[in-house]
Design a protein around this ligand. Structure first.
Ligand SMILES: NC(=O)c1ccc[n+]([C@@H]2O[C@H](COP(=O)([O-])OP(=O)(O)OC[C@H]3O[C@@H](n4cnc5c(N)ncnc54)[C@H](O)[C@@H]3O)[C@@H](O)[C@H]2O)c1
Length: 369
């Protein structure tokens, strides 16, 4: 199989998961890793047998590297993405695409003008759970979708992440950090959104870190840590969403899609697997639906979108986790905050093409060509 050489920029917490996934997909060859902190890049190179740890500039100048995977913190995404595109590399970036709409538009335009590919996490909609949901909806299992709900209830990340301050700055918070999983799943299943409304607030303004090594330090919350919203989809469905870092336990479902012929219970969009459950119209019992697609376990969780883009580069087909959909998701996330501030609905101008479904029967170490 022809391989695609990738360079990873940003060797923090999530880079280990990407490097593990890269070993699962035969098409990916990690040629180099880089970080502002050279020691972090060296440590990851040694841990995963990557041939080269180098500076960002050296990585971008390496002619072998076709695709840059940007795993820096959200506030650095745009600068790194623009530099990689200027160096002639295809780019796959961690979410969110950018911290502001303006930056998001600049990156999408730079890729288009350069004729390079731009992809953005999450790629979890390529997993067996969400692909099964997509097939059920497209096959009419719940009839015409009329509504959906999405709930990401949590108390934030300061109890586990080694350096959690960035989660509470503009460009993060529960909506920009976790919203991409939920909104990418919903828009993949139901298509684009035409307007939203939101309410948002900073409910717990100071956080104390209880993870190591910054145990006991405090974080001042700079962006809403609770965001509630409604979404009008172009297909006619009406959605309700909450993303929060301000609540303890909840028994709310992650995502449900309600149709004229039944209800679909969608698995955690921050995972690749199930369970997928259906309840028919007039029914009172849920049934577990066997997954129709593979790539449903943690081994391929991170970087499945990168692998899809690598197959697309080799074969010339469109990749699935697109910059356009990521920009639409960014537009929605910002619009919830704008709506909360303005006290009115916000119309959504951006749109995107729903990514093609994955074919059935793919091997676990590859996607389609
Ligand atoms: N940690 C997770 O569980 C997780 C899960 C999913 C997605 N993400 C996303 O992955 C990204 C990274 O998250 P993380 O938790 O690994 O963060 P992190 O802070 O642990 O690591 C980020 C790394 O990027 C480096 N960096 C920052 N700016 C840079 C620049 N301009 N050039 C080169 N290197 C730079 C930092 O030195 C650091 O090593 C974020 O966008 C986050 O939303 C993280």
């Amino acid at each position: 199989m022809q391989t695609v050489s990738i360079g990873i920029i940003g060797c923090g917490n999530i880079s280990a998961a990407y490097l593990r996934t890269a070993q699962t997909f035969r098409i990916l060859n990690v040629a180099a890793v880089a970080d502002l902190d050279p020691a972090r890049a060296e440590a990851r190179a040694e841990e995963f047998g990557v041939p080269r740890a180098c500076s960002v500039d050296d990585l971008l100048a390496d002619p072998e590297i076709a695709l840059v995977v940007n795993l820096t913190t959200p506030q650095a995404h745009t600068e790194v993405n623009l530099a990689a595109l200027a160096a002639g590399k295809h780019v796959y970036t961690e979410k969110p695409l950018a911290v502001t709409r303006e930056d998001g538009r600049r990156v999408v335009a730079a890729a288009r003008e350069a004729g390079l590919r731009l992809g953005c996490a999450p790629g979890t909609f390529l997993g067996g759970g969400l692909q099964t949901c997509r097939k059920l909806i497209d096959d009419g299992a719940i009839g015409r979708p009329v509504a959906c709900t999405a709930f990401m209830m949590s108390h934030g990340h300061e109890h586990w992440h080694p350096d959690p301050a960035y989660y509470y700055q503009a460009g993060a918070g529960p909506m920009f950090d976790m919203g991409p999983y939920y909104l990418t799943a919903l828009t993949t299943l139901l298509g684009p959104v035409t307007r939203v409304a939101g309410s948002a607030g900073i409910q717990i303004p100071e956080r104390t870190i209880t993870s190591q090594p910054k145990f006991g330090e405090t974080i001042r919350v700079q962006t809403p840590d609770h965001v509630a919203g409604t979404l009008d989809f172009a297909c006619g469905a009406i959605g309700t969403i909450i993303t929060t870092f301000a609540t303890w336990r909840s028994q709310l479902p992650r995502i449900e899609i309600y149709g004229t012929e039944g209800t679909l219970s969608v698995p955690d969009p921050n995972s690749l697997g199930g369970p997928v459950r259906l309840c028919a119209a007039n029914g009172d019992a849920w049934s577990d639906v066997p997954l129709t697609h593979g790539h449903a376990d943690g081994r391929t969780m991170w970087g499945i979108g990168v692998a899809d883009m690598a197959h697309a580069i080799v074969s010339g087909r469109p990749h699935r986790a697109t910059g356009e959909q990521a920009y639409h998701v960014l537009d929605l996330m910002q619009a919830f905050l704008d709506s909360a501030e303005a006290g009115r609905h916000i119309a959504i101008d951006s749109t995107f093409e729903r990514p093609a479904s994955l074919p059935l029967g793919l091997p676990e170490d590859a996607l389609d060509d």
